[in-house]
Design a protein around this ligand. Structure first.
Ligand SMILES: Cc1cc2nc3c(=O)[nH]c(=O)nc-3n(C[C@H](O)[C@H](O)[C@H](O)COP(=O)(O)OP(=O)(O)OC[C@H]3O[C@@H](n4cnc5c(N)ncnc54)[C@H](O)[C@@H]3O)c2cc1C
Length: 354
């Protein structure tokens, strides 16, 4: 029987471990630094309310086999993420859609009118956009950019939008209809009993051993025939190839009664508001009824020692450092690195495929 080590008890390693032990002669040992399973998707009940401890998670995919797989593990409750944005000019619907455009500019545009109008807003002096700001100005113009993107991006990434790659923003991050579904994927939902119960089921197997509170270190590698690693990429190489820059998050909890904000997620786009969004967790389970409510203000910050690295920044200098990693991987054939350093999204604005 082959012995496989896993670094991390999040979704990635839990699925891999389960698949391997049920399909072959494998034994799995799952190391997890934290004192719980399910990684960043971890959920737990607090005063009866399902709380997403590391920020809200909405399951979304266009792959039917993935959707079927997760539905075998848990009933998936219908949920469509509809985000609102507080700007200097009022509260609007995100992603920018026909309602946002009509309300922001005080118009009654049809889809075609709006498309033609937005085309007139763009900065035509910009050829191939060289950074995030140019991408936004080229396609949306100054008004929409300043109100919806500039302050939020500065808070989220801690740098000027001119320092971020243009690729972070979709080519035209606008919809010319009234679809305010945050995601483009075919399937979307929230597990009725939270994500932790799914990961619990995945890891519940006589040939899977879970070691909570035990970080995987590279010197353990020799004990296994193969290792899957789902932690930060630079951490695996003990920062020998440099440090990648990540953003970390701080969640400031507050409790209220009734309905605090009337929506699961509200983004705050103005730079002078220090947080990026407020999430109200009972609204991620609209099929439940709770008198109290638990909310989190979410702040973004540079990752310091001891912080959880959530979002890789993918600045030019990070990209130069990651060039060294594939070379290092070639000499390290016993380990699979799950996490891609280039997997960047701006929560709230850019890629909506997460
Ligand atoms: C705020 C936020 C919101 C998100 N929202 C969504 C969403 O709505 N929908 C969506 O699809 N995705 C979302 N994501 C992404 C989602 O969290 C990840 O895709 C998913 O958690 C990845 O699972 P994973 O197992 O790869 O990694 P993780 O969930 O990060 O789990 C990795 C685990 O490995 C552990 N670990 C790391 N290094 C070691 C080590 N050396 N030894 C032992 N353990 C180690 C960590 O403690 C962690 O528990 C969001 C992410 C964030 C940060």
């Amino acid at each position: 029987m082959r012995s496989i080590g896993f670094a991390g008890a999040g979704f990635a390693c839990a699925v891999l471990a389960r698949q391997l032990v049920t399909r072959g002669a494998y034994r799995a040992t799952v190391f997890e630094s934290r004192d719980h399973i399910a990684g960043n998707c971890h959920t737990s009940r607090d005063n009866g309310i399902m709380v997403h401890r590391y920020g809200p998670h909405i399951f979304n995919t266009s792959r039917e086999e993935v959707w079927d797989y997760v539905r075998d593990l848990s009933p998936m409750m219908p949920f469509t993420n509809r985000v609102k944005a507080v700007t200097a000019r009022g509260v609007f619907s995100l992603p920018i859609n026909l309602l946002t455009i009509n309300q922001f500019f005080g118009k009654r545009f049809s889809p075609e009118d709006a498309r033609a109008f937005v085309a007139t807003l763009g900065d035509t002096s910009i050829g191939e956009p060289q950074n995030f700001e140019e991408q936004a100005l080229k396609f949306l113009g100054r008004d929409l950019y300043r109100n919806f993107f500039y302050g939020y991006t500065r808070k989220q990434w801690g740098v000027e939008p001119t320092e971020l790659p243009a690729s972070i923003l979709r080519r035209l991050p606008v919809r010319f209809n009234y679809d305010d579904n945050y995601y483009n994927h075919t399937f979307q939902g929230i597990p009725r009993d939270g994500y932790t119960s799914i990961v619990e089921k995945l890891l519940d197997h006589p040939r899977i051993e879970v070691r909570l509170g035990e970080p995987f270190a590279r010197d353990l590698q020799s004990e296994f025939d193969h290792v899957f690693y789902s932690g930060p990429l630079d951490g695996y190489f003990e920062h020998r190839h440099g440090r990648l820059q990540y953003r970390s998050l701080v969640f400031e909890r507050f409790d209220e009664s009734g309905d605090y904000q009337g929506n699961p997620v509200i983004n705050y786009c103005e730079e002078q508001v220090p947080y990026t969004r407020i999430t109200e967790h009972k609204h991620f389970a609209p099929w439940e009824d709770h008198a109290g409510t638990i909310c989190f203000r979410e702040y973004s910050k540079a990752t310091e020692p001891g912080d959880t690295p959530y979002y890789p920044m993918r600045l030019q200098e990070d990209k130069e450092q990651t060039v060294a990693v594939p070379r290092a991987c070639r000499t390290d054939t016993r380990t699979d690195l799950h996490r891609s350093a280039g997997d960047v999204s701006i929560p709230g604005h850019a890629r909506r495929d997460r």
